[in-house]
Design a binder for this molecule. Structure first.
Ligand SMILES: Nc1nc2c(ncn2[C@@H]2O[C@H](COP(=O)(O)OP(=O)(O)OP(=O)(O)O)[C@@H](O)[C@H]2O)c(=O)[nH]1
Ligand SMILES: [Mg+2]
Length: 129
């Protein structure tokens, strides 16, 4: 019934997507315990939507030019480029107020951070191994 009511409304009269996702998560959590995982996924989706970000994944074989392409798109040589394998770990680029590099370790060790601004300085920096 609610679905029929929604489809009858004009787009500008519909509740925002954030509200719809919150309602869907709440409804799923009330149906029964077997739907709690779905409720959680819907809530995760709502939080990601509210974050106002999207992820663009760039995947490809070794040395096919991924970093060169991303440096061209960002207009800043943030990623190392070369003929030997370089960007071997999953690397995320996101906007920040200032330039910084953060290395996150899988074993739970505290992250290493570097906040120098120069390209040469940044390239010379070595995280703890
Ligand atoms: N001729 C040519 N060379 C390119 C092009 N794009 C990248 N290269 C060169 O190809 C080499 C590899 O480029 P990268 O951007 O480091 O490749 P990658 O896919 O990021 O490599 P990994 O992260 O190590 O897997 C570098 O020497 C680049 O200068 C292109 O369009 N044409
Ligand atoms: Mg690379």
């Amino acid at each position: 019934m609610r679905q029929a009511a929604l489809s009858m409304t004009r787009p500008h009269e519909r509740p925002p997507l954030e509200t719809l996702l919150a309602r869907a998560a709440e409804t799923a959590s009330q149906i029964g315990p077997e739907f709690l995982a779905h409720a959680q996924k819907l809530d995760d989706l709502r939080r990601r939507f509210c974050g106002g970000r999207f992820h663009l994944a760039v995947l490809g074989q070794f040395k096919c030019g991924k970093s060169t392409l991303l440096n061209a798109l960002t207009g800043d040589p943030v990623l190392p480029v070369g003929v030997v394998p370089l960007t071997a770990a999953p690397t995320f680029i996101q906007y920040g107020q200032s330039r910084a590099v953060r290395v996150i370790y899988r074993d739970g060790c505290p992250p290493d951070e570097f906040s120098g601004t120069g390209v040469d300085e940044r390239r010379a920096w070595k995280p703890r191994t």
